[in-house]
Design a protein around this ligand. Structure first.
Ligand code: FAD
Ligand code: NAD
Length: 462
């Protein structure tokens, strides 16, 4: 068996692990990263990037198939022909470019990368099984970044026509009918994409609302879009079983019905990947099914750290990356904590939703009296020129000192406003800070400015 030593051993090469390793390498820490599958983890290979590629391809295809918007600007096109396998190959090309880029970045930071499966021996040692043999690695610090995996429903086990998000992103044909179980992030993003690609989509959600993470005001425009796309949404409904092209479901009233479904996408959440690699031998303190960490991302064992999806919600790539960077800097001697005031959450639905900080209800419960300012995109020139003026920006602030507590938006392309929203919250902005910032014209970000003015009682353009 090969023997290696290092200062930092990172298990898992997803956005949490690879960013931690790059930063550790930059800081001069002798670092080894072990990845059993492909560098880039869930995010680059079967998550954020491929799903956003599919969403883009679906939007383009839909724009041609429903050319009302094109006709409105004087364009007409012939009937489009979709080569779905071609779209998937394009998506795979983007993934390959990004994952090979990660390999190059690790190399540049002088990180040693081992492709193989790591098994923890103790808090300072792991073995790695690779095609080329076994390696034992002794490290001063062990950083766990093994991510998460999709939750399976007992009656709808993955395989055949029952798809996980990974399977759905690898389809080579658009299914004629698709039932999506779970109206959370994945179900809504991919459900809308497949509806735009031409599938007959039905969404089955156990709770009485779609996207339960967001307040109803934000999700209404998405619900309207689902109806426009002909997506049937069954709320308060449980999926029972799938057979012969139909998904049997049961409503809150106990009545059963069958939904046409050549394929079923099960997207009912993800769970931390804690099994199968000797983690239990460390007997770490847990928080439910997730590894428990403190504000430094330290586990209950000295010099064993955990980041990303392994540590639970919010399971977001940018949170994993920020935690990875934090831990690398702490190991290198910085006094840092993972103290993000604001972790933006974006749902890449049509229209997109952005949430940073507290909703008005949560702000009221936590801080008492609040001010809320809205500005609709229908009063925003740029949104009109982009042919989509659905949605709004909403700012929530304390009533006494105008400290901004939450910023939310729903609308076309609002994901790109998230940076301004997060920065405002992270910097402790007051309504007046946003109101006194000059926002370029014509941009959708003017709606952010106007929402702060609205909260102060003097919007200009409405
Ligand atoms: P992961 O990315 O899961 O990486 C963990 C890595 O560890 C994996 O590569 C795995 O192979 C490796 N590993 C596990 N065990 C071992 C072992 N024993 N030895 C060696 N290697 C091991 N988040 C967003 O912020 N924005 C989005 O738009 C978004 N879209 C998503 C879309 C989909 C369809 C999915 C499924 C997820 C999406 N996410 C999104 C979530 C995001 O992908 C995760 O939050 C992120 O990947 C978590 O990073 P991580 O490093 O913690 O874990
Ligand atoms: P989710 O937690 O977002 O949504 C799961 C949904 O399934 C919920 O609405 C839940 O009520 C519903 N549900 C649970 N059990 C059910 C059942 N038996 N029948 C019907 N509905 C049921 O989970 P997800 O969509 O699988 O996504 C997993 C994680 O991946 C998310 O937590 C998120 O952090 C991450 N993700 C993020 C993005 C993004 O940032 N844009 C995109 C995709 C995934």
């Amino acid at each position: 068996m090969n023997e290696l030593r290092c200062k930092v051993l990172v298990i898992g090469g997803g956005p949490g692990g690879y960013v931690a390793a790059i930063r550790a390498g930059q800081l001069g820490l002798d670092t080894i990263l072990v990845e059993e599958n492909k560098l880039g983890g869930t995010c680059l290979n079967v998550g954020c990037i491929p799903s956003k590629a599919l969403i883009h391809a679906a939007g383009a295809a839909h724009g041609l198939r429903e050319p009302r918007a094109l006709n409105a600007i004087g364009l007409s096109v012939g009937p489009p022909k979709l080569d779905f396998a071609g779209a998937i190959a394009w998506k795979d090309g983007i993934v390959a470019r990004l994952t090979s880029g990660v390999g190059a970045l690790l190399k540049k930071a002088k990180v040693r990368t081992l492709l193989g499966s790591a098994t923890i021996v103790d808090g300072k040692t792991a073995t790695v099984r690779a095609d080329t043999g076994e390696t034992r690695i002794a490290a001063e610090h062990l950083l766990l970044a093994t991510g998460s995996e999709p939750v399976e429903l007992p009656a709808l086990k993955f395989g055949g026509d029952i798809l996980s998000s990974t399977d759905a992103l690898a389809l080579t044909e658009v299914p004629r009918s698709l039932a999506v179980v779970g109206a959370g992030y994945i179900g809504m993003e991919l459900g809308i994409a497949f509806a735009k690609l031409g599938a007959n989509v039905t969404i089955v959600e156990a709770l009485p609302k779609i996207l339960p993470l967001y307040d109803a005001e934000l999700t209404q425009p998405v619900a309207r879009r689902l109806a426009d796309l002909g997506v049937e949404t069954l709320l308060g409904v449980r999926a029972l079983a799938h057979a012969e092209g139909a998904l049997k479901v049961m409503g809150a009233d106990g009545k059963e019905r069958a939904v046409r479904a050549d394929k079923v996408l099960v997207a009912v959440g993800r769970r931390a990947r804690t099994g199968g690699f000797g983690l239990e031998s460390l007997d770490l303190a847990m928080s439910g099914a997730n590894v428990r960490i403190d504000e430094r991302c330290a586990t209950s064992m000295r010099n064993v750290w955990a980041i990303g999806d392994l540590t639970g919600e919010p399971m977001l790539a940018h949170r994993a990356m920020a935690q990875g960077e934090t831990v690398a800097e702490i190991i290198a001697g910085s006094k840092r904590v993972f103290d993000m005031k604001a972790i933006p959450a974006i749902c890449f639905t049509d229209p997109e939703i952005v949430a940073v900080g507290l909703s008005p209800d949560a702000a009221k419960s936590a801080h008492g009296e609040i001010r809320v300012g809205h500005f609709p995109f229908r009063a925003n020139g740029r949104a009109m020129t982009l042919q989509d003026d659905e949605g709004f920006v909403r700012v929530t602030a304390r009533a006494d000192n105008h400290l901004v507590l939450g910023i939310h938006a729903v609308g076309q392309g609002v994901s790109e406003l998230s940076a301004a929203f997060s920065l405002a919250l992270e910097m402790g902005a007051r309504l007046e800070d946003i109101a006194l910032t000059i926002h370029a014209h014509p941009t959708m970000s003017e709606a952010f400015h106007e929402s702060a003015l609205a909260a102060l009682g003097h919007p200009l353009h409405i």
